[in-house]
Design a protein around this ligand. Structure first.
Ligand SMILES: [Zn+2]
Length: 327
């Protein structure tokens, strides 16, 4: 990134933060300091760190060798450089300032952004692509983000302007509540060839009125009448693909479960989709009117002997009574 036109000698003294007349003994220590500042290992996110480090190493190679340095000095317009380095304020330039001047402004990475994406449970069952509108900072198109254009009317010299961009996010099937999807380089723009920040899309899932999530399965409780449980029925169940009817066998009990296979959530690490687990709730009738009560009593008489579990329970109670009586 050294700001030089082709044919010009590279500014080796500027790179090392040294005046042209620096004593030979200072060259090594200046190189060590600047090398530490610009080493690619300590600047992994700086896109041109390696290039800058190479330029620095080359400057050291030439200036540390007295013969190479002599030849290099001859190639310079020494008068102008010495003028520059003899200005009083040049003495207060720190090593970092000198380095910046030699290699151009530091690249500045753009900010990372977070976006909350609210989806319906049904949306995350199979996943898909979703449009989002992200407010973020972009390079000013008027001045191209140039640091020197302090009077740019569009960005007031910041080099960045606020925009709202529409992006497409791929949401994997079966994504969990609170998952953060990273969209690398989709955050705020960087300056001086700095990289853009990243965008983190955080998933929040709206609850479904009937279905709940249990891992990769969906679950629901379905209330049915006592009559439907006894005689069996066709039971309508909500699925991600619409309402599906399943057959409930006669004599079903409260708590019985039925499965609708592969209508649950898709997940990358699973070959198949999960299931929907339907749990039966038998609803006891309330507020019966007199005729209904009478019919139910007649029914109870007619269905005596059709309640094996109740029968078993009463027999167990009887056996306890007999034991107590014997002791
Ligand atoms: Zn601008």
């Amino acid at each position: 990134m050294t700001k030089l036109t082709p044919g010009e000698s590279p500014d080796y003294y500027g790179l090392l933060g040294l005046p042209v007349n620096a004593p030979q003994s200072e060259i090594k220590s200046a190189y060590k300091k600047m090398a530490q500042l610009s080493h690619p290992d300590t600047n992994p996110k700086k896109p041109r760190a390696e290039e800058e480090f190479k330029a620095l190493t080359e400057a050291y190679r030439v200036l540390s060798d007295p013969e190479l340095r002599r030849r290099y000095d001859l190639s310079l317009d020494q008068h102008s450089l010495k003028q520059e380095y003899h200005k009083p304020d040049s003495k207060i330039l720190s090593f970092v300032d000198n380095f910046k001047r030699a290699v151009g402004p530091w690249p500045k990475r753009g900010g990372d952004l977070r976006y909350s994406l609210e989806l319906d449970l049904i949306d995350v069952v199979q996943g898909g692509k979703f449009h989002i509108k992200v407010p973020r900072q972009a390079i000013c198109s008027t001045c191209q983000g140039q640091d020197s254009s302090k009077d740019c009317p569009a960005c007031s010299g910041s080099g960045l302007v606020q925009t709202v961009d529409q992006l497409l996010v791929s949401v994997p099937g079966g994504v969990e509540q609170g998952t953060r999807l990273k969209l690398a380089g989709q955050g705020d723009a960087g300056l001086n060839e700095g990289s853009s920040g990243d965008l983190y899309v955080e998933i929040s899932i709206r609850s479904h009125p009937i279905l709940t999530r249990e891992g990769i399965n969906l679950a629901c409780q379905v209330p049915i009448s006592f009559k439907s449980a006894a005689l069996g029925c066709e039971l309508p169940v909500a699925t991600p693909e619409g309402i599906q009817t399943i057959s409930l066998p006669a004599g079903s009990q409260a708590g019985d479960q039925l499965r609708i296979s592969e209508k649950g959530l898709r997940r990358l690490d699973h070959q198949k989709r999960g299931d929907i687990i339907v749990t039966i709730q038998v609803e006891t009738p309330q507020h019966l009117d007199q005729p209904a009560k009478e019919l139910l009593s007649s029914f109870a008489n007619a269905s005596r002997g059709c309640y094996p579990r109740e029968q078993e329970y009463l027999e167990l109670l009887d056996s306890l009574k007999n034991k107590n009586g014997a002791s």
